[in-house]
Design a binder for this molecule. Sequence first.
Ligand SMILES: *Cc1c(COP(=O)(O)O)cnc(C)c1O
Length: 387
Amino acid sequence: MNDDLSHLLNHLGEERELGYHAVVPPVVQSGNFAYTTVAAMRAIVQQEMEKPLYTRGANPTVAILRKKIAALEHAEDALIFSSGSAAIAAAVMSFVKAGDHIVCVNKPYSWTKKLLVELLARFNVDHTFVMGIDPEDYRRATRPNTTLFITESPNSLTFELQDLRAVGAIARERGIITLCDNSFNSPLFQNPIDLGIDLVAHSATKYLNGHSDVVAGVLAGSKAHMRQVMSKEFMTLGAVPSPHDAWLLMRGLRTLELRMHRSADSAALVANHLEAHPRIKRVYWPGLASHPQHALARQQMKRVAGLMTIELDAPDEAGVERFCDGLQRFLIAVSWGGYESLQWPVCALKGPSGYYTDLPFTLVRLYIGLEDPQLLIADLDQALARI
Ligand SMILES: *Cc1c(COP(=O)(O)O)cnc(C)c1O
């Protein structure tokens, strides 16, 4: 165990003398805070985003979590939101105004895409999606009015990487702000700020909480950037977490290191096994030596976590469904990052008018959870035999 990390995950920000010396920090489940004199209240009002006045702005339980997230992402400060989408939306909206332009990686998380395509378009904020495998894609898409680059590395479903150091350098030449959705890595396996990215967002619903029982988001960056987000979008849109959810997240963080390494170890076993299987055409997992961007993965990520996508050698949708329905240990569900292994087949994304995506129906995203990896492999083998 890394000693600094263990300290951070278990102790940082936990001033026990303020909480009855309890080993676990208390949940300050109070929306409001009272002071005994006008002078004391006046002093608090001046600092409503740092001191407890009203829980939308500051809450002591949430404040501990902010310190831990900032330290984990090597950032000066962090903010906690009621969902990952709220964190991303607040970050994006804080750094654009009408008439601006955003360059974003192709195929970002679905609601990030909707934020650009549907919501911000209404306010005259334009965007360009780029593949991003070549960092120069970002430069080529830049216009005089570009103010923000959005990265998500690895990218959803097919896990293409962006070279974060190179994209950050291109942005800095022109004073463009950079945001990375780092949910797929957790702060343990990738720290975008160290690579020159300004803002880092996570769906804390996933690895950070790790128990499939909270929806939350986080954003980390410089003090100045966090102040800007907090004083505008954070306070006005008000997508703040409940103190209890912040407390659950801190409980999840205590096992983050154990969980991430277990999932990554098991994912490596599963990916290598499946890559050699005759019913599998391809495994999309940047930890495999055969992944076209494996060298970049080794350079900018410490490890590759437990999400991967497999391409089945199946003749038709019925074959894919026989595989998916035949899996006993992979729940059919969205999201990921908890104890339980999951499967998310592209063929579930079919509506009355066809697929919601142009990806092949033979793709199935797997989340490798914390169960015994040999049992997961045996389960995959028996389901593959049903195709
Ligand atoms: C889940 C997810 C989000 C959205 O987070 P919520 O907590 O569900 O709002 C954003 N980005 C990525 C990569 C995700 O997987």
